[in-house]
Design a protein around this ligand. Sequence first.
Ligand SMILES: [Zn+2]
Length: 468
Amino acid sequence: MKTTLGIAFHGAARTVTGSRHLLTFGGRKLLFDCGLYQGRRDEADRINRTFRFDPAELDTVVISHAHIDHIGNLPSLVARGYAGPIHMTAATAELAAVLLADTAFLMQKDLEHVNKRRGGRPERKPLFTMADVEETLTRVVKHGYHEVFEPLPGVRARYDDAGHILGSAITTFEFAANGRTRRVCMGGDLGRPARPILRDPETPAAPEVLVLESTYGDRLHSDDDATVEGLVAIVNKTVARGGRVVVPAFAVGRTQELVAMLHPLIEAKRIPDVPIFVDSPMARNATAVFVHHPECFDEETFRAFHEEDGAPFGFRRLRYIGSPDESRALNDRKDPCIIISASGMCEGGRVLHHLQHALGNAKNTVLFVGYQGEGTLGRRLRDGAETVNVYGEPCTVRAEIAALDGFSAHADQRELLEWVGSFATPPRTIFLVHGDLAPAEVLAKLLRERTGATVHIPELGQEFDLWE
Ligand SMILES: [Zn+2]
């Protein structure tokens, strides 16, 4: 039988969000990831409502990890007629339940807010509802790392640990074509070696075709010491001014990593013992997911679980904020504190009211610990905007704006090159996705030099035939 393989890039092409890649194996269609595109509201809404394929015609869906830019549009897919299974790792499944429900909730809140201001114009409709989320979760099929499963007849798939967030995976598809075994590796988002909590990214069997992220294709992260010293300086300076540190952060992973760094610094009295609030309705749930999946941890963290009664990385030091009233009450506090709140790119969620409250006061610091996509409020703040709109109202930025990139859960240029170099034989073809064009071009040049591979940076909607 003749097997053709095609790949089409329907998201995260020359940008970092909205991952959706369509693989076709001899006429059968497999969607890899179905993420939300995040950016300016109107543009994001249009992109997220547009599928360049018919969801009802997909045969299967395979997911790399639970970040919203990889799973966040699954409920739309289901609402628009996709009726098949959705494959993911067990930890991703548990996180997805928390995160998709949270996304539907935040969308509903945001919409109520927007619709109030639309005057006579027609009301906006939500992208999807909680009922769509519930329906989506019934389709989930869980897999362990290294387990081989068949998402399509004749196509074997296997997840290896990507070390990026809890449950994150590198996915390899293997199938026979013209008497030969072919492999395509979907790198997903690639983590970093030697980081706290998670295991290092694994190296799967060598693929001929690799789809690789390029978020930091042109950059090296600061080393750990510089990150720790930066954090010490920022916290001490802000506390000395009597201000608060507001950290826009995604509540899964980054929060735990940040606390894992703050906890020993407080113990060693290098920074004062100020309260740390994690203000996200889902943070407690997300932490519970962490506690349920010690199989994802590196050895050191796994040991800490047993030695510290299931409370590693200073979880006990955190104070979780549940209700909206408690959240607003944080604005009345006079003493210095650290507030970690989602969303990480300031595109919604409770961090917005913390920013509205904190930005106007020069005592405070807004600390970015994650990537800020183009067009997001986080990027405008990080780029030094003097005034920004929060909840549609202008807000003068007097607070200090700081950024530490050493927390990144994405491999930097050197780590990406080393990981590609760890395959037994180099890939023949590499597609770079999940990165703005400039970093992707820098990485593409280096990969061509070092591996001899043909490297493409696909445009949105571009399709390629891989084998006849
Ligand atoms: Zn990710």
